[in-house]
Design a protein around this ligand. Structure first.
Ligand SMILES: Cc1ncc(COP(=O)(O)O)c(C=O)c1O
Length: 396
């Protein structure tokens, strides 16, 4: 005898799923067979050359993570204890940690209400004679207002380090994100558009920084020059660490770098589907959809809606979980987190950071997500929020 179930559980819709690259898996297998596992090998070179060509950067260094790229940047810019670096509080801990580890003080400022990116007016207010750099985050692959931040930085002699962790393939005024500051940092973590599990890239746009960036990446040695045949031996020349990307990870990532535009296009399709479906919900005041300035060409990294209240945000995440859909909050603000209170300081009000971070819900989104998945999420959001719509009308 068996029991006939009265209900069938719908399959789980995860929040994200890493890309499965068959070409990448083949490249990993071939690399293992070849025994050429030393970092900085042919696959790492393929990744950096591809990114360098796509971005038009002076150099691109493949590193272990975006966190490593940010730490390398802080060493490269010789940031000292007591120096200050301005960044949005609405960001990931790595941007702050990279500087805290050098005794440098992260100064947190508010974000713009529309894009959730750093507010340039707040950044200007935060500049002191200790300020050394500005670290804009391109949240969800939507460009921060570089046309205001770059002149501000130039006027005060500040470096710009773009936290472009989420922004591979996205552009601002036709130019790729990650190429505006002296330095840009990408992530290839499992949640990102392209992934090798854990990985990153440091984009070096200022040619004068390239040689020392290589030294710092290579344990403080001039091994990169030696490998290019520029010297007969290599030696310890500076303070550094082992930041180089694992060659196995480079092998998995390299084929994906040939399909950046296609990945963005597929994710934008899902993004657009959410956006069109949620228009009537926005018109009814049930939620607010993301706002993309005309200057920005995003990469479909993430789709987040702003709910009217924190309670409505929590209820939506809970109600979606009840129908086996995982949605997520994002970024507990750095300025009010325990380490932010200990190591950083806040400049100016944090109204938008506090109000928006407590009401944001990120929808499931991954590159191979099907329309059926997306439509299930859309219908579940319509039901959970009690919007006055027939969910079937939203997904036709
Ligand atoms: C905005 C931002 N910065 C930095 C990071 C850190 O990236 P990684 O995990 O590659 O160190 C992330 C990753 O989630 C991020 O979203």
């Amino acid at each position: 005898m068996f029991e006939v179930p009265t209900t069938f559980a719908a399959p789980h819709v995860p929040f994200t799923q890493p890309v499965v690259s068959r070409d990448g898996a083949d490249a990993v297998a071939a690399l293992i067979a070849s025994g050429e596992l030393k970092s900085g090998g042919a696959l790492t070179r393929r990744c950096s050359e591809r990114l360098q060509a796509d971005l038009g950067a002076a150099s691109v260094l493949m590193v272990q993570s975006c966190t490593a790229a940010l730490e390398l940047s802080a060493i490269l810019l010789d940031l000292q204890p007591g120096d200050e670096v301005i960044m949005p509080s609405f960001g990931f801990a790595s941007a702050a940690n990279a500087f805290v580890l050098r005794g440098t003080v992260p100064v947190f400022v508010d974000i713009c209400e529309d894009t959730l990116n750093i507010d340039p007016a707040r950044a200007a207010d935060a500049i002191t004679d200790r300020t050394r750099a500005i670290v804009p985050v391109h949240y969800a692959g939507i460009g921060a207002p570089m046309e205001r931040l770059l002149p501000l930085a130039a006027e005060h002699g500040l470096a710009v380090i773009e936290d472009a962790a989420q922004a591979i393939g996205a552009s601002y005024r036709g130019r790729p994100l990650g190429t505006f500051g002296a330095l840009g940092t990408f992530s290839f973590d499992a949640t990102k558009n392209l992934t090798c599990g854990t990985g990153g890239a440091l984009v070096v746009n200022d040619p004068e920084l390239v040689e020392r960036a290589e030294w710092i990446r290579d344990c403080g040695t001039d091994r990169a020059g030696f490998a290019r045949g520029e010297s007969s031996r290599y030696q310890w020349v500076d303070a550094g660490s082992n930041y180089a990307l694992n060659e196995l990870a480079a092998a998995y990532l390299a084929p994906q770098l040939d399909h950046v535009a296609e990945t963005s296009r597929r994710r934008r399709h899902i993004w657009d589907r959410y956006h069109a479906a949620f228009a009537p919900l926005e018109a009814q005041g049930v939620l607010r959809r993301p706002i993309v300035p005309e200057d920005c060409e995003p990469n479909g990294h993430a789709y987040g809606v702003i709910m009217p209240t924190p309670a409505a945000r929590d209820a939506l995440i809970r109600d979606l979980a009840a129908v086996r859909i995982t949605a997520s909050f994002h970024f507990v603000p750095l300025h009010s987190a325990p380490a932010g209170l200990e190591f950083g300081r806040t400049n100016g009000p944090m109204h938008h950071t506090d109000a928006l971070s407590s009401r944001l819900v990120r929808m499931p989104l991954w590159t191979d997500m099907t329309d059926a998945h997306t439509d299930r999420v859309i219908a579940a959001v319509a039901r959970a929020t009690g919007a006055d719509v027939d969910p079937r009308d939203l997904t036709r």
